[in-house]
Design a protein around this ligand. Structure first.
Ligand SMILES: *[C@@H]1O[C@H](CO)[C@@H](O)[C@H](O)[C@H]1NC(C)=O
Ligand SMILES: *[C@@H]1O[C@H](CO)[C@@H](O)[C@H](O)[C@H]1NC(C)=O
Ligand SMILES: *[C@@H]1O[C@H](CO)[C@@H](O)[C@H](O)[C@H]1NC(C)=O
Ligand SMILES: *[C@@H]1O[C@H](CO)[C@@H](O)[C@H](O)[C@H]1NC(C)=O
Length: 716
């Protein structure tokens, strides 16, 4: 199929959820991961003794240049295909036995393939499940006539369209964390995408109130949880969300799965409507044995207050007045597991490069997430085997991570390719080393993944490919937003200029099967292989390079552009309300100068001095942390990165200075203008301070006691 072979990596339109065919990520971390992923002891004391890092030749040696090619050429598409087949044999919803078995199998696999250490960490968390046994209670929609006779009722399950879907334990369509309820409404009101502007338009221009009514919204444009939130704000009593053919099909509904990759009329997108982060009962902390838990009935939990239900477009066409929703979805505490596999670093075992993706799926999850897990298995096999045979050991530790319960919003959700600025260089150099998987492109001279990416999505200056900024959408959200770790997220997506659709059509439906990937999306698994090669090379480079391959100039450029966007959009308004714009301009200019000096200092540094190498690497790793505000963004204490976070107005979008932009949004309509402006001013000063702290983190350490700089010491 031409469609999906088409493309890689893009910057998302801010208002759109994008497809991932594969969402996976890599990041680098020193000693901070504990709070997120529980205890991450890299080795017990006994084992560490034998590999205590010593200052020796290895610590001042550049990486072996041959390793890169060996790893890239070791990645095998047929292996990935087999792993995917195994992973998608059965449904593996979070908190089920199948999910645990997959975690266990992964750690067994890692051990067998040569990784040094593996472990599973359990978390007892609040999840949500529909009734899947009692047909009189299962989620269902009914239509009544005027005499209250049932004239139509919805199917309880998506029908089987391909024999491979004929498995037990397929969870029926539901929206996780819906409120249970049995409600009726004489009217069903169509609210388009369910955005604030859609409800506003109905109310103001059409005088239609949704109060005490059931509403019908289509998927797309914003996160489904925000549709529910808006429906609640406008006092609807229930919401049904459907996949419209205009968004999930190309207009011709005759060629659909199992013949094509388009969504059939019976396909239903499952998904969480939880708007918080982490376990709802222990937000901000790990759900371990000792954790304090809120009560499940606590009204402060950010859970849906009204029943929500997803449907396909076949059903949506039938819905008319006199509707009843019977929703029995319930929240339940269950145990889920994170699985880890470690390759210990030879020189800096206390520095970690994490490769991760989530493991749990709504049903078979052949694209989301198992394509990523299959690729990760292949990378761990190649790297593990090289370690086992004594051929290679990376300078820093590499940790493979498989998260549980991401689909419920406990870690995030999914998207296109995004990176924090320090990872740009790694993304660019890795894609240059990997061959374009499309033979037609290669014969047309578009030889590498980089070439294709550049051709499809050039940046505004046409000087290199465009790289997306980090929204909230995926597994990496907590790493960047809570602790400030540089992240890189890979995906291979369809040609979005040709198909302006919100996600790949089969997204979160039962039809996301191995068959759909094998026969319709990536025949031969060439795209999967290219993603694996790119991901492996990026990880190798981060783990192996003597000086971590972060380009601080990219950070300065990105900061300048964020400042420009802010000032273009809100500069005048801010100035008119007493904000001195020179503060941020001057801080950004200082940062830029510090960066230039730092780059020169790296060049001049004595590369035979292991302490100098260590110092540079430490400074590089600390830079992103300078942008973490311990108090969090206004009204969002758990979102702490001042530059890269989601907008609170749309959980799928990223925005510049998200705390500022959110606070400035509709500030003219604020009831207490002075209080609102004070929030903006306080946050603005925190940003100016953080930029100064970022400069401090790169300053010349030989004069770090310089009095003038002391006040800007980063406290994070
Ligand atoms: C139908 O049911 C509704 C709600 O239960 C009730 O108010 C109404 O009187 C019933 N109508 C008839 C014709 O029975
Ligand atoms: C599913 O499998 C069962 C038992 O193997 C079989 O009886 C049934 O016909 C199958 N259903 C479909 C739709 O293939
Ligand atoms: C809705 O009403 C507002 C205010 O009366 C008007 O400005 C706007 O153009 C209307 N929108 C549409 C889509 O008609
Ligand atoms: C930028 O650097 C100059 C010179 O060191 C200093 O006077 C000024 O306060 C700095 N600006 C900010 C916002 O930190």
């Amino acid at each position: 199929m031409q469609s999906t072979e088409n493309f890689f990596i893009r910057r998302g339109n801010k208002n759109r959820a994008r497809l991932i065919v594969i969402a996976i990520f890599v990041l680098i971390i020193s000693f901070l991961g504990g709070i997120l992923i529980g205890k991450l002891a890299i080795c017990d004391e006994k084992k560490c003794e034998t590999i205590t890092p010593v200052i020796n030749d290895a610590s001042i040696k550049e990486a072996d240049p041959h390793i890169s090619n060996e790893i890239i050429s070791g990645i095998n598409s047929e292996n990935i295909r087999q792993y995917l087949r195994d992973l998608t044999e059965l449904p593996h919803l979070a908190g089920t036995d199948a999910d645990y078995r997959q975690a266990k199998e992964l750690t067994d696999f890692w051990k067998a393939e040569g990784l040094d250490e593996t472990f599973l960490t359990p978390y007892d968390i609040l999840l949500s499940y529909p009734n899947n046994e009692d047909e009189d209670k299962m989620n269902r929609l009914f239509i009544y006539d005027d005499s209250n006779t049932t004239v139509w009722q919805s199917e309880l399950r998506e029908p089987i369209l391909h024999p491979s879907e004929n498995k037990s334990n397929v969870v029926p369509p539901f929206n996780a964390f819906s409120a249970p309820g049995d409600i009726s409404s004489d009217e069903l009101i169509y609210v388009n995408y369910g955005r604030d502007e859609d409800f506003k338009w109905l109310l103001q221009n059409r005088s239609v109130s949704v109060e005490n009514k059931i509403v019908l919204a289509r998927y797309g444009k914003i996160f489904r949880g925000d549709k529910v939130y808006q429906a609640e704000r406008y006092k609807a009593k229930g919401i049904i969300i459907y996949s419209d053919p205009a968004d999930y099909d190309d207009g011709d509904t005759s060629h659909v799965y199992p013949d094509d990759w388009w969504l059939p009329d019976t396909g239903v997108q499952r998904g969480t409507v939880y708007r918080g982060k982490g376990d709802p009962l222990t937000q901000g902390y790990p759900s371990t044995d000792t954790a304090f838990r809120l009560s499940q009935d606590d009204p402060s939990l950010p859970l849906a207050k009204i029943p929500v239900h997803p449907i396909g477009y076949g059903v949506a066409a039938k819905l008319i007045r006199r509707l009843r929703m019977r929703i029995s979805t319930k929240n339940k505490r269950r145990t889920t597991y994170n699985a880890f596999g470690i390759i210990r670093g030879a020189v800096e075992p206390d520095r970690y490069v994490l490769l991760g993706n989530h493991r749990d799926a709504w049903v078979f999850g052949a694209t989301d997430p198992s394509s990523g897990t299959a690729i990760m298995k292949e990378i761990s096999r190649v790297m593990g085997n090289m370690v086992k045979s004594g051929r290679w050991r990376p300078r820093r530790s590499i940790i493979f991570c498989s998260w549980g319960a991401e689909e419920y919003g406990l870690l995030g959700s999914t998207e296109w390719i995004e990176a924090t600025p320090l990872m740009y260089a790694t993304a660019l150099s890795a894609t240059k080393k990997v061959r374009n998987p499309d033979p037609a492109d290669v014969s047309a001279g578009i030889a590498t993944v980089y070439d294709k990416w550049f051709k499809s999505f050039p940046n505004d200056q046409n000087s290199r490919p465009k790289i997306g900024s980090m929204g909230s959408g995926s597994d990496y959200a907590s790493f960047i937003q809570q602790v400030g770790l540089p992240c890189l997220d890979f995906s291979y997506t369809y040609d979005e200029t040709k198909y302006p659709i919100p996600s790949y059509p089969l997204y979160h439906s039962k039809y996301e099967t191995f068959y759909s990937v094998d026969a319709l999306i990536d025949r031969g698994f060439h795209v999967h292989k290219a993603v694996g090669q790119t991901w492996a090379e990026a990880a190798r480079n981060l783990a192996d390079a003597m000086i971590i391959p972060f380009d601080v100039k990219d950070y300065a450029n990105e900061l300048d552009s964020l400042v420009n966007i802010l000032l273009d959009e809100y500069g005048e308004l801010m100035q008119n309300n007493g904000i001195n714009l020179d503060h941020i301009r001057s801080a950004a200019a200082n940062f830029s100068n510090t960066v230039t000096a730092f780059v020169t200092s790296i060049k001049n540094e004595d590369k035979n001095d292991p302490y100098a190498i260590r110092r540079i690497n430490d400074q590089l790793m600390q830079l992103d942390r300078a942008f973490i505000d311990p108090n969090g963004l206004p009204n969002r204490p758990l979102v702490r990165h001042l530059l890269f976070a989601d907008s609170s107005l749309n959980a799928y979008a990223g925005s510049s200075f998200p705390g500022l932009v959110d606070s400035l949004f509709e500030i003219d309509k604020a009831v207490d203008k002075e209080a609102s402006w004070n929030i903006v001013k306080k946050h603005y000063s925190a940003i100016v301070f953080a930029i100064g702290a970022a400069s401090s983190s790169l300053r010349d350490t030989s004069s770090f006691m310089n009095k003038n700089e002391l006040h800007q010491t980063n406290i994070v």
